[in-house]
Design a protein around this ligand. Structure first.
Ligand code: BTN
Length: 265
């Protein structure tokens, strides 16, 4: 990521006053955490990019592959003083910003898979990992980490991901330079994260038309060694997944979703 070029395309708002572009990092989330630990609230809005990561992390303990120059690996350091309810919608705010940037830079329609995956052609094109830390019983900032596959060809994905992963190039046929995508993403994040920090309602409403799930789809949610199977009944005002399970409505706040059956199938 060429920082000078990026700064000709994006004028920092509250987001990006601190802007680091690294060739290689273990994980951009770790670097953002370092800034929060060193600077506390002054790190709020810092943005860290890396062209590649040697230890990129995904949700649920998974690995996130960031081969050199093929995608976006970025983390945003936040030190918000807001309710836990507002914090809970930040992953969704991040994935909505990715969806908007894909549309704006490549005209690519994508969808959201709960809780915060971005899909194109039914395959994963981006994901969000939010990590927070407590000091005693006080929040000590949080990191929103975002990975987007931009320029991968099929051969660039490991065998295990070929059937389930895609990139902006594969899904749209367009080559979008990482600086162009990053600039657009930062603009969208600047708005979506600020809106999310004000409360979940507007983010949840903006995300509503973009869910890949349809009412009546049967979903399985894996969480903490157990699983819940139910029919999709929407997304709650707080961003929770609403499932009908044995005639009762349940709100799910965390987990990994697999679709078992399409509505009506
Ligand atoms: C997921 O879908 O499981 C979340 C993937 C998040 C990957 C990004 S890449 C930038 C940041 N640094 C990391 O180590 N992970 C996130």
């Amino acid at each position: 990521m060429n920082r000078d070029l990026l700064l000709t395309l994006y004028a920092p708002t509250w987001l990006g006053q601190i802007l680091e572009c690294h060739e290689v990092l273990a994980s951009t989330n770790d670097r953002a955490r370092e800034l929060l630990d060193d600077m506390g609230p002054r790190a709020h809005g810092a943005v860290i990019f890396a062209d590649s990561q040697t230890g990129g992390r995904g949700r649920m303990g998974r690995e996130w592959q960031s081969p050199p120059g093929l995608g976006i690996a970025v983390s945003i350091a936040l030190w918000p003083e807001v309710s836990a309810e507002a914090l809970a919608c930040l992953p969704l705010a991040g994935s909505l910003a990715v969806l908007q940037a894909l549309a704006e830079t490549a005209g690519l329609e994508s969808h959201l898979k709960w809780p915060n995956d971005v899909l194109a052609d039914g395959k994963k094109i981006g994901g969000i990992l939010v990590e927070s830390r407590l000091q005693g019983d006080r929040a000590a900032g949080l990191v929103v980490g975002i990975g987007v596959n931009l320029l991968h060809h099929e051969a660039d994905f490991p065998e295990s991901l070929k059937a389930t992963a895609t990139s902006l190039l594969l899904a749209s046929g367009k080559f979008v330079a990482s600086e162009s995508f990053a600039a657009c993403l930062m603009g969208r994040l600047s708005t979506c994260l600020a809106s999310g920090l004000d409360g979940p309602r507007s983010i949840v409403a903006s995300a509503a038309p973009h869910w890949v799930h349809a009412p009546g789809d049967t979903l399985r949610v894996a969480l903490a060694g157990t699983e819940i199977v139910g029919t999709f009944a929407g997304i709650g005002p707080d961003g929770s997944l609403q499932l009908d399970v044995d005639g009762k409505r349940r709100a799910v706040h965390y987990g990994d979703v697999t679709r078992v059956r399409l509505a009506g199938a």
